[in-house]
Write a protein that binds this ligand. Structure first.
Ligand SMILES: Cc1ncc(C[n+]2csc(CCOP(=O)(O)OP(=O)(O)O)c2C)c(N)n1
Ligand SMILES: [Mg+2]
Length: 275
């Protein structure tokens, strides 16, 4: 979730729900002021659309005709809260007219429908015709987090959405239309899994940066820095010794149960080290 790649134009996610919406709006204002033809795509959930950030941002984007496409992934739940309990109107796209921009509901399970809607909105923004709000009706397979038992929704509802999983549905469509063969689809799948394996192996086997070289992983704390450790070499003070030699571990705050991931047992713990 919390990823960013600024060099490639990904300004990152934020732990503040809806916090990315004003950031995207500011980025779109920058594009307009600099006269580029770049268009900002801004993704968020339907829960975020009930926050003030959403309304303030869309108001300014509509007023200033900014080159931004707001894409709300309406997966029916904000954590555990069903949209019916949180919004008086169930189509978020209807809110676009309040800010003088186009609003469109799209089947978020249909890859090509989403692509076409976004392409239209991007073309419009490039013509100087301002922002669009696209609402993708979709679903989230799993819980909001690993500790979410999903008691707020029915297994039948989950199964009905899962039967429309856009990845296999789109793969079948490609084969049906003769765009590619079943073998090619399986090869693409295998390549994707391999890329994920390589990336996660690289992450797990990489050394932790030292507090001096990174501000991202470490948070200031009186007397030291908070450090999040993922390790298969023990937890708590042991992990501090492995990753932070010769830092002195001040205290271990918590650790989660070991979990099995492929062949590694990974423990996650949070501790403070003296630097
Ligand atoms: C400002 C703020 N309020 C509350 C939270 C806690 N919180 C994290 S996710 C979430 C639900 C967001 O709902 P939605 O945008 O629909 O995202 P989804 O749960 O579908 O991923 C909440 C309330 C937060 N991170 N930030
Ligand atoms: Mg949601």
């Amino acid at each position: 979730m919390h990823i960013a790649d600024v060099e490639r134009g990904n300004l990152g996610a934020t732990g503040i729900v809806g916090g990315n919406i004003p950031v995207a709006t500011g980025a779109a204002l920058a594009q307009k002021m600099q006269g580029t033809d770049r268009v900002v795509l801004c993704f968020f959930g339907e829960g975020a659309a009930n926050g003030g950030n959403f309304h303030e941002s869309l108001n300014l984007a509509g007023l200033w005709r900014l080159p931004v496409v707001y894409i709300v992934e309406n997966n029916l739940y904000a954590m555990s809260v069903p949209i019916e309990s949180a919004a008086a109107k169930l189509d978020i796209a209807d809110r676009a007219c309040a800010y003088a921009m186009g609003g469109e509901v799209v089947d978020g399970m249909n890859v090509l429908a989403v692509r076409e809607a976004v392409q239209r909105a991007v073309d419009k923004a490039r013509r100087g015709e301002g922002p669009t709000l696209i609402e993708c009706k979709t679903y989230r397979w799993y819980g909001h987090s690993r500790s979410d038992p999903r008691k707020y929704r029915a297994k039948e509802e989950e199964a009905a959405w899962k039967s429309r999983d856009p990845i296999p549905v789109f793969a079948d469509w490609l084969v049906d239309k003769g765009v590619c063969t079943q073998d090619e689809v399986e090869q693409i799948q295998a390549n994707a899994e391999r890329a994920i394996d390589i990336a996660s192996d690289f992450a797990l086997s990489s050394a932790f940066p030292s507090p001096a070289s990174s501000s991202a992983l470490f948070m200031p704390h009186p007397g030291g820095q908070r450090m999040i450790v993922r390790t298969n070499a023990g937890c708590g003070r042991g992990a501090a010794r492995v990753h932070q030699e010769p830092a002195e571990c001040l205290s271990v705050r918590r650790f989660r149960k070991p979990r099995q991931r492929r062949c590694d047992v990974i423990r996650t713990c949070s501790l403070w080290v003296k630097t």
